[in-house]
Design a protein around this ligand. Structure first.
Ligand SMILES: [Zn+2]
Length: 126
């Protein structure tokens, strides 16, 4: 039953490329979906698999919907729902709902270190 899954491999490669990039720490699932032309629900499924492997960490940005300013980035947003947060951009208190929550994936630091080291290993061509 084990079939090679192209989408799965592409997403994994994409995440690995980001891990190699020293200026890249985090990404949105929507970006992966757009760049690879893979439906978002499949992207999220594969990313949750990579998260289970510990390669990426899931966090949530709480954003103001008026100016899309990120007010805060958290590991768990549940305690913020129905609470008021202050947006410095528009100077307003915002009542936080699910609409303000944007998932963002961070490349795991240890995975990033591992990829960096692996880049240096050259495979001999025979
Ligand atoms: Zn705002």
């Amino acid at each position: 039953m084990s079939r090679f899954n192209v989408n799965s491999a592409e997403i994994e490669d994409y995440v690995e490329e980001m891990a190699k990039n020293p200026r890249k720490d985090a990404f949105y699932p929507q970006t992966v979906s757009r760049k690879l032309n893979i439906p978002l629900d499949i992207v999220l499924l594969e990313l949750s698999r990579l998260r289970d492997d510990g390669k990426i960490d899931l966090k949530y940005e709480i954003r103001c919907l008026e100016d899309l300013n990120t007010i805060i980035t958290v590991d768990d947003y549940n305690s913020l729902l129905e609470k008021e947060l202050f947006c410095e951009m528009c100077g307003k208190e915002i009542n936080i709902t699910y609409n303000h929550v944007y998932p963002i994936f961070y490349i795991n630091n240890e995975y990033k270190e591992h990829v960096k080291k692996n880049c240096k290993i050259k495979i001999d061509k025979k």
